[in-house]
Design a protein around this ligand. Structure first.
Ligand SMILES: C[S@@+](CC[C@H](N)C(=O)[O-])C[C@H]1O[C@@H](n2cnc3c(N)ncnc32)[C@H](O)[C@@H]1O
Length: 253
């Protein structure tokens, strides 16, 4: 049986159940998987946000039957991705880590006319589910899917395209590598969004033996010190970082 966000946070941070209950986090409740919210606040937030439509609902339901279901972004994060995409209006967007296609569908729906989304993943099986739902939602014609290790796919991209929006949600131990490959490809003011940056709270532990936690801690540290970007970290879902590539002082952008 999969563990609730509260259980995962408790295990990750070694906080007592009472501390977790009072101070942080009960798994959102009623559809919200935002981990750092009380159950009541999570339910309130869900009630006052736009609900997913039928295709997203069906995709969530189908994904929920998979043992890896927790990998899918929660509904409110998907809505945020659509809103950000529509605001940024990227000509080119990229997603690293697609799974069954929920976040990609949310991004694709925010694209302007002519905008394209490049999705990178290793799994044929999971992305087959994605493709079916992208078809149903009528967005397949604006998505390119490349299967294979994402670092190789990124390294092998031609000099063009450059991107206005990137969403990083694949294996956490490779976040730094993905970021290093993405930053030079981002246009000035382009935005890199990175998922799971709080690791259910485990990032605040001084020592962790979990390679994903250690990698994300180091990634967060380096990102906060990177003068090429402006960074904000949000407590939505399992923590979301938004990094804006600063225009170069010499570029006149
Ligand atoms: C957390 S899931 C992505 C969830 C997705 N964004 C969503 O909203 O449903 C992570 C995905 O990264 C993919 N992945 C893991 N390691 C990878 C790698 N080295 N290269 C490319 N994809 C990878 C997995 O196959 C999985 O589909």
């Amino acid at each position: 049986m999969s563990r609730s966000p509260a259980q995962r946070i408790r295990e990750a941070t070694a906080l007592s159940a009472e501390t977790v209950r009072r101070e942080v986090i009960r798994g959102g409740g009623r559809g919200s998987k935002s981990a750092f919210l009380s159950g009541k606040i999570g339910a309130y937030l869900t009630k006052h946000s736009s609900p997913p439509d039928e295709v997203l609902g069906d995709l969530s339901a189908l994904t929920a039957a998979l043992p890896e279901a927790e990998m899918q972004v929660p509904a409110e994060q998907g809505t945020l991705l659509t809103i950000l995409t529509a605001s940024i209006a990227p000509r080119r967007a990229i997603e690293v880590g697609t799974f069954t296609g929920y976040s990609a569908l949310c991004i694709a729906r925010g694209l302007p006319a002519g905008g394209r989304l490049l999705c990178l993943d290793v799994s044929d099986e999971w992305t087959a589910i994605a493709r079916r739902h992208w078809d149903r939602a009528g967005v397949s014609d604006r998505i390119d899917l490349v299967l294979g290790p994402a670092a190789d796919s990124l390294a092998n991209l031609a000099e063009e395209p450059t991107f206005d929006l990137a969403f990083v949600d694949a294996d956490k131990v490779s976040y730094q590598r993905y970021y290093d490959l993405l930053v030079p490809r981002m246009n000035p003011n382009g935005v890199i969004i990175v998922d799971n940056v709080l690791q259910y709270g485990a990032v605040v532990r001084p020592r962790s033996e979990n390679p994903a936690v250690v990698a994300v801690q180091e990634f967060n540290r380096l990102l906060a010190a990177d003068s090429r970007v402006q960074v904000v970290m949000l407590p939505i879902a399992d923590g979301l970082t938004i990094a804006r590539k600063l225009p170069s002082p010499r570029s006149g952008d």
